[in-house]
Design a protein around this ligand. Sequence first.
Ligand code: SAH
Length: 364
Amino acid sequence: MINLLDLNKKELEDFFVNIGEKKFRAQQTREWIYRGARDFSEMKNLPGELRNRLEKMQEAGEITLGGLKILDMRSASDGSTAKFLFELHDGNTIETVLMRYKYGNSVCVSSQAGCRMGCRFCASTLLGLQRNLTAGEIVAQVLACLRYVKDENDYPLSSNDERIGHIVIMGTGEPLDNYENVKKFTELLNAKDGLDLSLRNITLSTCGLVPVIKKFTEEMPQVNLAISLHASNNTSRSALMPVNDAYPIDELMPAVSAHARKTGRRVTFEYALTAGVNDSEKQAEDLANLLRHYFNHQAGNGGLCHVNLIPLNKVEEIGMEGSGRKQVLAFQKKLEDMGIPATIRREMGADIDAACGQLRLGKK
Ligand code: SAH
């Protein structure tokens, strides 16, 4: 089965030529796809005969327009966040979060069904990895969110009033464990006749697969990089993140430091504050010292990092507690006093289990 959302312009042109249709149908179809069309009947400027033909191919299971089925949608009480549970064509389920900020809409996409990284505090990894998502399956999550905001406002499909301005690749899965598809996903969104989204408005978060980070630096230098750090020495980090045994801090940090130097772009370090585990003043000091060691003017990347503090979100099966407000503020202050800029992540969606680390393979 061909997912038309997996195809870039050239590939979609080839598809139409192969089925004996005109090449420019690709352009027309893409316009509707990236406006959020769910089926061929909505593609008004395609001839009726072609629409029928494509619909028949879809019914026969030869092609699909994304193939995400919305199983569930939950909206936070203040309307800021919506979480979707989608079913993929093979029955696997994934979650996607739409965040509405004053400055625009952001979507947090999943890159895999499940995850095999095994971080102790994260719900996404509880059932292991089912499979990688294709580029089109990641695109489909964004387009479903776009369609949702248009429908909510009763905007016609063709309107440009609602856009998706930012993407974070921070949902379920380890994006660098599915590198090629994630890379293609960013290219599809970036294409002028795709979503025309600047690569600088995309952020990828990784638990730290060092060889792939190096590739990312070479091949995707405009995409923002976030590193899930959560601890500043190997003993503590390995206890929280098994990946640290394969790629310890002393291999991770030089790669990230080189990334900042080569791209000239600021790296984010994510740090989930967990009560009694990694939230003491001493640990804040250790973290600041670690970052100062790898980010400074001598290294050619002074000032190009900052820390994003996330009070750990509750995961039912996991007996860890987020740090209290006082502890979070004290941790932030210590970092800032030592010259490391630190922000506290604005927590959205915790009441609908849509916050960081709470996404999982869905329950039907
Ligand atoms: N695999 C990628 C992206 C997914 S996780 C990565 O590890 O970065 C997105 C962010 O949420 C990561 O920083 C992750 O460590 C964090 N996270 C996971 N579980 C969490 C929890 N229970 N509370 C807060 N943040 C969590």
